[in-house]
Design a protein around this ligand. Structure first.
Ligand SMILES: [Zn+2]
Length: 632
């Protein structure tokens, strides 16, 4: 019995569906109003005998997996994990180490959940929270919205939260690890959040993993205080509001990305549920990849006052000067254009009216928000217009500066027809010869090609090496030479690959990597203390080894190659796994087949990308040969 079968056998479809759809008995079966199309008489059926569902109105149907994927907007992996958890089926065999890590994380989650409940109760009823309640009311929040996002209030005290949670049995260590308490020296802790409006930040499954906290007293700094990096919370990979937005993003096939918590919650209240915000940082590639599972249509709603537009234009300058991609954030035009191509996505930008936040706009006029979104423009056109306002397009110097700024963007558009038509458009608007612009564009492309070849790996690591050994090799080098992390990330991004990330490491290596990152963020932590004893001993041995004589450049190449090889192996494994799923569902005439086939296609493309990054020249040579195999 496969894991999937086991989960299906243990779960009752009617019960899972019944949590979100009102079901009524219809003979042996159940019926209800279809959650996937709007209807007044029920045509959505559950067949308990076969554990299938079908809607006779819109034609959708399937099993418990396809239901939660469709309803929640989850991918197969998430559905597997979540349903596995509900059914009590172990989806992946885990090591004792992972089980221990999960137990610890569960404990941290419980602490955060308890804190959220505590803060929420204070906001709802404590006399000290009167000002907080008044503030939210004045910002337009209804009681329903406050409940929906479980907003809270932290007392103006150094130890009230600590006392309350310790009273519930949570130990100090967990409260520090969860980011609720600050520990400056051993034995001395205090409440991190004081006299603030507390906004729980949740993961995709709706579990509280951190808090955002807004001041009430205008003299307090900073205006927004977030939880620090914890084992559960990495702000570069979390989007505020995504847990409640996934379904709407999936169904409306579009996501609106705003800049702040309020800008998510007020649109939600007004009925716009497909809105998310990064956590006070730039939008990262991880963010976009996360959203890409739900939609390929992105709208960035930028605040014109804030750093927003100016910062984006500044990074455009940097990009132009160095010919380098910004690696830490794709919230700049070049990164976005590159990403748009890579994802085959549609990324549009809209400027909010001067001095008006999305929440204010919606409160003033609900239709204005809709109209504004309709004016969103493709990135290339958006930045061109920004440049026209910054430079004087009537002067030769102004024209030259605009062209210089636009070339890297144009080059990153992968579709040649689209690229050339933008070039024409720009040439016309600047009153210059379109051919000249196209020639310069081609020259640019050649420079980039040469640069990529040079950066590419020269040899490929031994094929027989296991990913875990490669992971350990990567970590050993990084621990010995921490200064290599940044250049390695930059090199990866230049190869159009994501920077080093959690997924590159498995099992014990993942734990080492995550702990090491925590130490980089907070140097007061000790790496060996964060790790289980046997792992700590291994690390100590690594650090005692005399570092090799290789030069930094050689080490960097080694690391990049190793990381790419890890990714190649992982994708290969995943590919084989999904391939067997496709075969399985083919033989059973399963409805999931299309989804699997789509996933397979995606994996194939990603595999190709990694292989191209590993060996760009090799791939080009192979283009001609139909059945070319890797030679090295
Ligand atoms: Zn339907």
């Amino acid at each position: 019995m496969t894991v999937v079968d086991e989960i299906k056998a243990r779960l009752d479809l009617a019960e899972v569906v019944g949590r979100v759809v009102q079901l009524n008995k219809a003979g042996r079966n159940f019926k209800g109003l279809c959650p996937f199309h709007s209807e007044k008489t029920p045509s959505f059926f559950i067949f308990p005998d076969s554990q299938n569902w079908h809607c006779f109105g819109c034609g959708k149907g399937g099993d418990v997996f396809s239901f939660v994927m469709e309803y929640e907007g989850w991918n197969f992996r998430m559905a597997l994990e979540e349903l596995g958890r509900q059914a009590g089926v172990e989806v992946q065999k885990r090591t004792p180490l992972q089980i221990q890590a999960t137990q610890e994380n569960d404990h941290l989650r419980a602490a955060l959940e308890a804190a959220a409940a505590y803060y929420h109760t204070l906001l709802r009823s404590a006399p000290q929270a009167r000002r907080a309640r008044a503030y939210l009311k004045q910002r337009g929040f209804t009681v329903e919205t406050i409940k929906r996002f479980r907003l809270g209030y932290s007392l103006n005290s150094w130890d009230a939260m600590r006392a309350a949670l310790r009273g519930q049995g949570f130990n100090l260590d967990a409260l520090v690890k969860a980011g609720l308490l600050v520990q400056k020296e051993p034995g001395k802790t205090y409440d991190r959040f004081r006299d603030r409006i507390m906004i729980p930040i949740r993961d995709r499954r709706g579990r509280v993993i951190a808090f955002g906290a807004r001041v009430l007293n205008p003299e307090d700094q900073p205006k927004y205080l977030n939880s620090p990096q914890t084992p559960l919370f990495d702000k570069s990979r979390v989007l505020f509001g995504l847990d409640g937005a996934s379904r709407a993003i999936h169904q409306e096939d579009a996501v609106i990305i705003v800049e702040g918590y309020m800008d998510v919650m007020i649109p939600y209240q007004a009925g716009y549920h497909n809105v998310v915000a990064p956590m006070g940082t730039a939008l990262t590639e991880t963010h976009l990849k996360l959203l890409q599972q739900l939609t390929k249509n992105f709208i960035l709603a930028l605040d014109p006052d804030a750093a927003g537009v100016q910062a984006t234009l500044r990074s455009l300058d940097t990009a132009r000067e160095t010919l380098d991609r910004q690696w830490d954030a794709v919230f700049n035009p070049r990164g976005l254009v590159g990403f748009e191509s890579q994802l085959d996505a549609d990324i549009r930008v809209v400027l909010l009216p001067e001095g008006v936040d999305p929440d204010e706009l919606i409160l003033a006029d609900r239709a204005a928000w809709q109209e504004l979104l309709a004016t969103a423009q493709p990135i290339v056109r958006f930045y061109f217009q920004q440049l026209l306002q910054q430079e004087n397009p009537a002067e030769p110097k102004g024209k030259a500066r605009i062209v210089d700024a636009m070339l890297p963007l144009l080059r990153d558009i992968s579709n040649s027809i689209e690229r050339e038509s933008y070039a024409q458009e720009i040439a016309m608007r600047l009153k210059i010869n379109p051919q000249m612009l196209l020639d310069r564009l081609r020259a640019h492309e050649r420079v980039e090609k040469v640069r990529r070849h040079r950066a590419a790996a020269t040899t490929v690591p031994d094929q027989s090496t296991q990913p875990t050994e490669l992971g350990a090799h990567t970590l050993r080098l990084l621990l010995q030479h921490p200064q290599l992390l940044e250049p390695v990330d930059i090199a990866l991004v230049e190869l159009e690959q994501p920077p080093l990330r959690d997924e590159d490491f498995a099992l014990e290596n993942r734990l080492i990597w995550e702990s090491w990152l925590a130490v980089l963020v907070d140097p007061t932590l000790s790496l060996t203390e964060l790790l289980p004893l046997t792992t700590a001993e291994k690390i100590t041995r690594w650090l005692q080894m005399p570092p090799g004589k290789e030069e930094v450049a050689a080490l960097k190449r080694d690391l990049v190659r190793t990381i790419l090889t890890i990714r190649e192996r992982q994708l290969h494994q995943e590919f084989t796994r999904v391939q067997s799923l496709v075969l399985e569902s083919q033989s059973q005439g399963d409805l999931k087949i299309q989804r699997h086939a789509g996933a397979l296609n995606q994996l194939h493309l990603r595999l190709r990308e990694v292989q191209r990054a590993l060996n760009p020249r090799g791939l080009e040579e192979r283009k001609g040969k139909r059945n070319g195999k890797r030679e090295n």
